[in-house]
Design a protein around this ligand. Structure first.
Ligand code: GLU
Length: 483
């Protein structure tokens, strides 16, 4: 093969649902492998199950991969379009004697299965059609009798050196002469996969552990077709926190759901990367480029990976903190607009201020939705006082009002700059014989309505003099009405 040196890997989803986090993880590892080694990452849509495959699902796969930034090389391959080749490959095996025609009907097979069960034996096709005289086979074919093609499993052991599990071996006696082409001449799954992987010149098949039992059959098919074997690597399953296979019971499992929950694609990728791969040295937070640099199949793990949504949120917080405001803005702006907090034009008109606001809020946020919640006090005219904040920080209305009044007066005559404001307020605290917190905490509630916010002087600067002083005054009035 001319360019057999170029690694070629593929992601081969069945378009029967959404892009599942497990699928996205498989796609990511294949993608990282290709990028790391200067290879090709191919996409194959395994749409041969016509009853379950939908265009909508194919679109969801494209969208999910695109959102994650996992672009694929070459045109996507649609498995269903390769039916003729699948048949040709199966016929080649018939011709070279590695497959044979089987005329046993479903009903007959079912009967034999039941008989075996009654004898407490496991059923395996007994190869009886392999022994049919050639003339009889020809006669039955000529008569148009329906039949399948079965693979003639050779003796011995089928083994491979798995990139994740090291040596895996299956005794061939445990593999029955499996069907490769149904009586309607459609290929069964393993036939289609191998035919496609050969045609796509795949050099490494990296997929979930749930496919391990397919691999010996696929290896036998490669050999029967005289094709060079790819490498195989089987990635660990993903479990929920309860140790059970990840499913809808554990919450969102579709990549698209996370997209709509304020998760950044970079954080999602980083989180997925750690599901079955360890970059070593306790490294956790990585950009995509860093992941490419660190990726190695040596770091792939055998044991099941645990999907912890809290860790995903934490990871997202880490990525939010590291993302410059200029990059965050295109993601956050539409959310602020949708929440009715600002228009795009308003934000564009205060670009620097808006950037500074994002810089301030992103470090305390775990999702972009968090940023929107925290941004409200800076974008709205009026704020609401959180009941807990009032109960905690404004316990004594009379005293609080007096402190806020004094605070407002000091600030009114201070330069609007953090150091100057801090000095003025610390001096006020000293004069009143109270700690700084007794001034800053009630002030925070007056300015934001909340108990947590960025540093109080940053808040004052972001709000600006007029809005800050106005808010303190409004808080004083509110407290007066409660006193
Ligand atoms: N279509 C299979 C799946 O979605 C993948 C087959 C493969 O990677 O070989 O599980």
């Amino acid at each position: 093969m001319a360019d057999s040196a170029t690694p070629r890997v593929r992601f081969a989803p069945s378009p029967t649902g959404y892009l599942h986090v497990g699928g996205a993880r498989t796609a990511l590892f294949n993608w990282l492998y290709a990028r790391k080694l200067g290879g090709k990452f191919l996409l194959r849509i395994e749409d041969t199950d016509k009853a379950r495959s939908t265009d909508e699902s194919t679109r969801a796969i494209f969208e999910g991969l695109t959102w994650l930034g996992l672009g694929w090389d070459e045109d996507p391959v649609y498995q269903g379009a390769n039916l003729e080749r699948h048949r040709r490959d199966a016929d080649r095996m018939l011709a070279n004697g590695t497959a044979y025609r089987c005329f046993c009907t479903q009903a007959e097979l079912e009967e034999r299965r039941k008989e075996a069960e009654a004898r407490k034996e496991s059923f395996k096709y007994d190869r009886r059609c392999y022994d049919l005289p050639r003339a009889e086979v020809e006669r039955r074919v000529a008569a148009g009798e329906p039949h399948v093609l079965r693979f003639l499993v050779p003796e011995g052991t089928t083994e491979w050196n798995d990139l994740v599990h090291d040596r895996i071996a299956f005794p061939n006696k445990d593999i029955e002469d499996f069907v490769i082409l149904r009586s309607d001449r459609t290929p069964i799954y393993n036939m289609a996969v191998v035919s496609d992987d050969i045609a796509m010149r795949i050099t490494l098949v990296m997929r979930g552990d749930d496919h391990i039992s397919n691999t010996p059959k696929q290896i036998l098919l490669y050999r029967a077709l005289g094709a060079e074997l790819p490498e195989f690597g089987h990635l660990p399953m993903i479990h929920g926190l309860d140790g059970k296979k990840l499913s809808k019971r554990h919450g969102a499992t579709a990549v698209g759901d996370y997209q709509h929950q304020g998760i950044l694609p970079g954080a999602m990728l980083n989180f997925l990367a750690l599901l079955g791969w360890s970059p070593g040295n306790d490294i956790e937070v990585m950009t995509l480029d860093e992941m490419i640099g660190l990726f190695s199949t040596d770091g792939l793990q055998k044991k099941a990976a645990i999907f912890d949504p809290k860790k995903l949120e934490w990871m997202n917080g880490q990525h939010l903190s590291r993302t410059p405001a200029r990059e965050l803005a295109p993601r956050v702006t539409p959310l602020l607009v949708a929440a009715g907090l600002a228009t795009e034009a308003e934000l564009a008109a205060r670009r620097e201020w808006y950037d500074a606001l994002l810089e301030l809020l992103k470090v305390r946020a775990r999702t972009t939705d968090d940023i929107v919640r925290q941004a409200a006090p800076y974008l709205r005219d009026a704020i609401e006082y959180d009941a807990d904040a009032v109960a905690k920080q404004w316990k004594d209305p009379v005293e609080t009002r007096s402190i806020l009044g004094a605070t407002r007066e000091r600030l009114a005559t201070t330069e609007w700059e953090p150091a100057a404001m801090e000095e003025a307020l610390r001096k006020l605290a000293e004069e009143r014989g109270i700690g700084g917190g007794k001034i800053f905490q009630p002030l925070r509630v007056a300015l934001t309505g909340l108990t947590v916010s960025p540093g109080i002087f940053d808040v004052l600067v972001m709000l600006g003099r007029d809005r800050s002083l106005g808010r303190i005054e409004a808080a004083e009035a509110w407290l007066a009405s409660r006193a």
